[in-house]
Design a protein around this ligand. Structure first.
Ligand SMILES: Cc1cn([C@H]2C[C@H](O)[C@@H](COP(=O)(O)OP(=O)(O)OP(=O)(O)O)O2)c(=O)[nH]c1=O
Length: 205
């Protein structure tokens, strides 16, 4: 483990998430967490906009953990958006293939919301990042599914994994695509009084 997050350090935050990516991202900025996944229903409301959807879920996940911990809580949600459609996690191989066919050779948005509860109540931010994918062949789509990587990822791909070879360009927050916008998350943690590694952290920068 990275020295900024010493093994055995007392948790300063309750992470309301089953995502190992979010735990690792927080560890990478020196935030030791206790983990308490929530079972919030992730069905979008009819006609719900993507930013409203992920923000609603991030807040619901953070709030769901409050009764179970004295610590500030963090919830987050990530969705892929193309042509106004919200792509969550694929349910099976054909769903994943349909998602990648749709994303192939085009630019889409990855929207991630993060919510942190604490002395200031619930504070939240939502970040949108443009991701351009090269054309992906049918054979690549089939082979990619067999790796197991797409199954638990919004849009059916992982920028931090094998799918990195599909990524031509990104404009915005890389960490938000992986699951947590670290710049905005650090600001929210600071506002809620959660100690983070950056001792010189300045909320105005
Ligand atoms: C687009 C993309 C998504 N993802 C992941 C981030 C999220 O973990 C997941 C989207 O599903 P989420 O519902 O946001 O998160 P989760 O179900 O993994 O965890 P929890 O709800 O308990 O917090 O997709 C990647 O890891 N890489 C990527 O490139």
């Amino acid at each position: 483990m990275d020295s900024s997050s010493p093994q055995g350090a007392s948790p300063v935050l309750c992470l309301a998430s089953a995502s190992p990516r979010r735990r690792d991202l927080l560890a990478s900025i020196g935030v030791p967490v206790s983990v308490l996944p929530s079972d919030v229903d992730e069905t979008p409301y009819p006609g719900e906009q993507a930013t409203a959807y992920v923000t609603r879920l991030a807040i619901a996940k953070a709030n769901a953990a409050i009764p179970h911990t004295p610590l500030p809580t963090l919830g987050s949600d990530t969705a892929v958006v193309i042509d106004g459609a919200i792509l969550g996690k694929p349910v099976d191989a054909s769903d994943a293939a349909a998602m990648l066919r749709r994303l192939s050779g085009r630019t889409h948005q990855v929207v991630t919301a993060v919510a942190v509860t604490g002395p200031c109540g619930v504070l939240y931010r939502c970040v949108s990042t443009d991701v351009a994918l090269r054309r992906i062949t049918a054979q690549e789509i089939d082979r990619y599914w067999l790796t197991g990587e797409p199954a638990d990822k919004a849009g059916g791909y992982a920028i931090q994994g094998l799918a990195a070879v599909f990524v031509e360009a990104i404009k915005g927050s890389y960490s938000a695509v992986v699951g947590l916008p670290l710049h905005e998350t650090a600001q929210l943690l600071h506002q809620q009084g959660v100690p983070i590694w950056m001792g010189h952290y300045n909320s105005h920068t």
